[in-house]
Each structure stands twice: as C-alpha cells, then as structure tokens.
Write a protein that binds this ligand. Structure first.
Ligand code: XMP
Length: 328
C-alpha cells in the first residue's frame, strides 16, 4: 500500500534513468507541486538541477520573495529568477477568453524556459555542460492531467498551464514525477523530503496566477486592484485561523462589471470582487466554505475601504460541480 518513502524511492530511480548525466531545469511557481517536484529531482540528480522562477506579472503580493527566500533557504537549490512581466502582459493584452489566456500563459512559460536554458548553456560553455538542456521538470498532478482532458474518457474542462496549455513546438522532454499523485500525497512526499512546512502546507495557487482571476482583459491596473484585494482576504483568513480549514480562497475581479455605490456624500461606480472560499479533498470536487459571517464582514469592509476601485464584495456559494474552483 501507499507510503511516501516508497514513492520517493521509485521516482528517484525513474528520474535518474530518464535524465542520466544531463542538465535539467525546473520551473518553480511558489506552489507546493513545483516545490516538491524540484525537491524530488534534486534528491535524484543533485547539482544537475537549476530552478527557474518566472515573474510573469500575475503573481500575488510577496510571492517572489517567498520563493527566493523560503525555498532556496530550505533546499540550497540553484535558482534563477526571470523578470518576464512585459512579455506576458504584452501577449495577454486585450485577451478575454479563458482558454486563450491559459494557452498564452502556458506558451510563454515555455518560451521563458527555452531562453533561460539557452542562456545557462551559453554562460557555462567552459564547463562540461552538454550543448543543450533538454529536460524540463513540471509539478503536474493527476487531477491536472484528468481535467485537461489527458485522462481516460474525461471531458476537457480547462487547460492547466502545464498540461493542455503547452505549445506544440516545444522541444523539452518533460520530467513529471508527480503525475500519478493527488495533492495530499504530494504534501506527504514533500514532508518526507524535508520541504519546509510553510511550503508543504501552502494553499494551492494556479500557475496562470491572477491572470485567470481577472474576468476580462488583464492589465497592470487591474492586477494592482486584485493584488490588494487578495492580500486583504488572505490576511484576514489567516488572522481568523482558517488557513488549514479551507482548501483555498480564490479572489476574483469582475473587471468588466461595474455597479453603483455610495461613499460619504458621493456616488461610486466601481468593480465587484468575488470571494471563492472552498473546502475540498483533492480539488476534483469542492464545496463552498462556511466562513463565519464576522470574518466575511471584516474582509468586505477592508476591501471596500482600502481598495478604491472596488465598491462591492460578493460571496460565491457554488459547489464543484457545477462550478469549478477558479472562475476561468
Ligand atoms: P478548477 O478551477 O479546475 O481548479 O476547479 C482545481 C484546482 O487546480 C488549480 N488550478 C491550476 N493549477 N495550473 C495549476 O497549477 C493551472 O493552470 C490551474 N488551473 C486551476 C486551482 O487553483 C484548484 O486548486
């Protein structure tokens, strides 16, 4: 039967067989999955691994710092950070269709990994590194595969950025040691590998980031609004001790919707923010979390007071199915 130790042993052997003596890069998102995948590959091939953190401009507050500090401190892994904000936001300009956003983000991730791999090879010409880096590690989980239509007989619900969102001309060979696992199993493997608890117990956050939490076109201004609202919601949920009770709480900006409000003596005409707290075992199904009213009230008051462009906060009370956890 299942135990993290045997999964690690099995995957380490498979990774060594696949990669041999070659170099490999791993995209780190700040989430649990990519961190555990990286830790497994590091266990298997050590110094042959370089991690790449892509700042695509769709990150939450403080995310970049957390990866740069927490993960590197815990694992000692070699980390390269790439500022690709202009590249991603440029390609996303004016795009409103959810699948199109996902495809663009998935594609640009790969383009960044390709250019970074080429640069790393260039920089180390004098060493024994072979002429290319052909392996890319991804923290793809079983539910990502199923919901992107890669499983057997399942519908294509949405293209997870590291499955259905990959460009067809990609040349990397993928290393995906978590492909058969569910999130709770990934967390158990991570703990066994010594990945710090702050990372292992972190709530899921999608690779496409805030890009799929803005309903409408993505731009800097809208991202700034959502980032503030999201930071407030997270702060209050944490302060209320609810982090381990809920699976995650997407905060969504309805960027093309406006409603009338009042502030002081004046009329406002602002955007709604949606709170989407969910409880789940594996993200395949979910229920909306019964957050105490006083916590919701605090979040709502703070967001409408502190984020100027937002004049209304609404709660999503839909289970999955029929809703999905993310709005796009
Ligand atoms: P949905 O919206 O499909 O989300 O009910 C299920 C879980 O997957 C996360 N999610 C993603 N994670 N890349 C990821 O790494 C993605 O493209 C992606 N899309 C959704 C979502 O946050 C939830 O935990």
């Amino acid at each position: 039967d299942w135990n993290p130790g045997s999964i690690i042993e099995e995957q380490v052997a498979r990774i060594r067989e696949q990669i041999g003596g070659d170099e490999v890069i791993c995209g780190l998102s700040g989430g649990v999955d990519s961190a555990v995948a990286a830790a497994l590959v590091q266990r298997a091939v050590g110094e042959q691994l370089t991690c790449v953190f892509v700042d695509h401009g769709l990150l939450r507050k403080d995310e970049r710092r957390q990866v740069e500090e927490d993960f590197v401190a815990a694992t000692g892994v070699r980390l390269v950070t790439v500022d690709a904000r202009e590249q991603f936001l440029g390609h996303l300009e004016g795009v409103t269709d959810p699948e199109e956003k996902r495809k663009i983000i998935g594609r640009e991730f790969i383009r960044v990994f390709e250019s970074t791999a080429a640069r790393l090879v260039e920089e180390s010409r004098t060493d024994d590194i072979p002429g290319e880096i052909k392996f890319l590690v991804q923290g793809t989980l079983y539910p990502d595969v199923v919901e992107s239509g890669g499983g057997t007989g399942t519908a294509n619900i949405k293209s997870h950025h590291n499955v259905g969102g990959l460009p067809e001309d990609m040349k990397f060979e993928l290393v995906e040691p978590l492909r058969a696992l569910f999130k709770d199993e990934v967390r158990a493997v991570g703990r066994e590998l010594g990945v710090p608890e702050v990372i292992v117990s972190r709530q899921p956050f999608p690779g496409p980031g805030l890009g799929i939490r803005i309903i409408g076109a993505v731009n800097e201004e809208r991202l700034a609004i959502l980032r503030e609202a999201d930071a407030i919601a997270r702060e209050e949920l944490t302060a209320a001790g609810l982090d381990s009770e809920i699976w995650q709480c997407p905060v969504v900006l309805l960027a093309d919707v406006r409603s009338v409000g009042v502030q002081g003596d004046g009329r406002t005409y602002g955007h709604p923010i949606v709170l989407r707290p969910v409880s789940s075992e594996d993200a395949m199904t979910a229920d909306w979390s019964r957050i105490p009213y006083d916590v919701l009230a605090k979040i709502s008051n703070r967001i409408t007071n502190e984020v100027e462009e937002v004049n209304r906060v609404v709660l999503d009370v839909t289970s999955k199915p029929p809703g999905t956890i993310e709005w796009e």
